[in-house]
Structures are given as structure tokens and as C-alpha cells.
Write a protein that binds this ligand. Structure first.
Ligand code: 6PG
Length: 248
């Protein structure tokens, strides 16, 4: 694989949160104007979001140009403790001056996960301003992703039909987790100028090793393989990992 991700190794979970939050704040601050940030769900990002919403980073970021999206969502009410939107609201959105119309959650009040995916697909295309993505013009400036111990990322799980659902930007995922989900497809995730994985804990060590080795059976591997295919520049994919997940 000619493409190598940048691996930022943190001492522990606390250090990972600090390093990732500072880097994300720097990327937003460096961007002129609008910044489309696609958030990850799960538990690891919570600390990162909380740090972005607290001093000193909160003052460093001009939130007025930031648009928030989600890489996946559990098909549950927004006030449900499983909701990725609720996690981001509690940790970040409620604490920073981001214009509410620039927060773009999935519509979990849609009648079905399939309809929610179709609505998000439309929302993303409307934001992008064109019916088809242009490789030279990214959809997101930065997409944050997690890594499951099984190698999943967003809600793209091993063996799922969602892995091949590339005709759209969002897809319903059912029968894998206790709750239905909606996930961005690879096409949407790969349409990000930069991607940052947040990987913490020994439980992720084997999956991360296999992803870095290019194991195609792990959904997260394709994110790196795709970066290689499109000859993405160095830094297009960054992995924030603590030593427990990436022993060096
Ligand atoms: C979700 C996430 C999922 C998550 C990984 C890692 O909705 O759960 O999108 O892909 O990022 O499962 O989760 P942790 O950060 O909790 O380990």
C-alpha cells in the first residue's frame, strides 16, 4: 500500500482526547470560511467533543462557519441515551455558538430507517449543491471515525449489505445491532478532504493492526485502501490511537 496514514500515538485516553481535540480545533481554525465536520458516534469521541467545547479550545474555534453532520446514527429518538446526536449535543453543541441551522442530524423521526437514509442523502446533496460528487471538491472538510473491535467504522459492519451500497450517500443498517441504524456509505466518507480515526483501548489493538495491514475483511480497511487508490495526499487519513491500541 503506497498510502500511509499518519499515526498520532497518545499516552492514554486522556492524552488522546487532548491531542485529537487540539488538532481538530487547529484544522477548523485554519480553514477559511465554511467547515463541514462529520462527527463520529460511540464513546471515544465524547471526551474530544467536550474538550472542543471548553477553554481554551472553545475560544480558538470560530464556530460560525462550522456545519455538523453525522457519520452514522442509531434509529432512536434524539433524547435516547444511545443517540449519537444526543451525545454530541450534550458534549459539544449545547456549549458552543454554532448556528443551530448548521447542525444537520439525521431525521430519526422518519417512518423507517430507509426513509431516514433517503432524507439524509437528499440533505447531503443539497448541502453539497450538486447531484453528483466531484472528486476534486470534497463533501466534508473532516470526517471523524471510530473503529470497532470487529473492524467496523461508522455503522459499516463486516458482512453487511451496506458495504456495497455505494449508489447513495446514506444507507439503512438493520439486523446487525439491537437498534436499526443509518450510516454514511463509503462514497460519502471517502468524499472527505481529511479523515481522522479515534481509536482507544486494548480492545481495538488487533483490529487496528489488521486495518494497518490492509485486511480487506475489516470495513475500516477500505477507508485507507480508498485513500491509496485515489492517491490521497499525506495526512488525508490520520489515526489518533493511545498506546493500548497501538503499542510501539
Ligand atoms: C457508533 C459509531 C461506531 C463507533 C465504534 C467505536 O455509532 O457506535 O459510529 O462506529 O465509532 O463502534 O465506538 P467506541 O468509540 O465506543 O469504542
Amino acid at each position: 500500500m503506497s498510502f500511509e496514514p499518519i499515526i498520532d500515538v497518545a499516552e492514554d485516553a486522556d492524552d488522546l482526547g487532548a491531542r485529537a481535540a487540539a488538532w481538530i480545533a487547529g484544522r477548523i481554525a485554519a480553514a477559511p470560511g465554511r467547515f463541514a465536520l462529520c462527527l463520529s458516534g460511540g464513546s471515544t469521541p465524547r471526551d474530544v467533543y467536550a474538550r472542543l467545547a471548553a477553554a481554551p479550545l472553545r475560544e480558538r474555534v470560530d464556530w460560525s462557519g462550522v456545519h455538523l453532520f453525522w457519520g452514522d446514527e442509531r434509529f432512536v429518538p434524539r433524547d435516547d441515551e444511545r443517540s449519537n446526536y444526543r451525545m454530541a449535543w450534550d458534549a459539544l453543541i449545547a456549549r458552543v455558538a454554532i448556528p443551530r441551522q448548521q447542525v444537520h442530524p439525521l431525521d430519526v423521526e422518519a417512518p423507517t430507517p430507509q426513509e431516514a437514509a433517503a432524507r439524509y442523502d437528499r440533505l447531503l446533496h443539497e448541502f453539497y449543491g450538486a447531484p453528483r460528487l466531484d472528486p476534486g471538491r470534497p463533501l466534508f472538510d473532516l470526517a471523524l471515525l471510530g473503529l470497532g473491535a470487529d473492524g467496523h467504522t461508522a455503522s459499516l459492519f463486516p458482512g453487511s449489505r451496506a458495504l456495497s451500497a455505494d449508489e447513495r450517500l446514506a444507507v439503512a443498517v438493520e439486523g446487525v445491532m439491537p437498534e436499526a441504524r443509518v450510516s454514511l456509505t463509503y462514497r460519502a466518507l471517502e468524499a472527505s478532504s481529511e479523515i481522522a480515526f479515534l481509536v482507544c483501548g486494548e480492545a481495538k489493538r488487533q483490529a487496528l493492526r489488521r486495518v494497518l495491514d490492509g485486511d480487506p475483511s475489516l470495513p475500516a480497511s477500505r477507508v485507507l485502501a480508498s485513500a491509496a487508490t485515489r492517491d490521497a495526499p499525506l495526512g488525508a487519513v490520520r489515526i489518533f490511537a493511545d498506546r493500548a491500541a497501538f503499542p510501539i
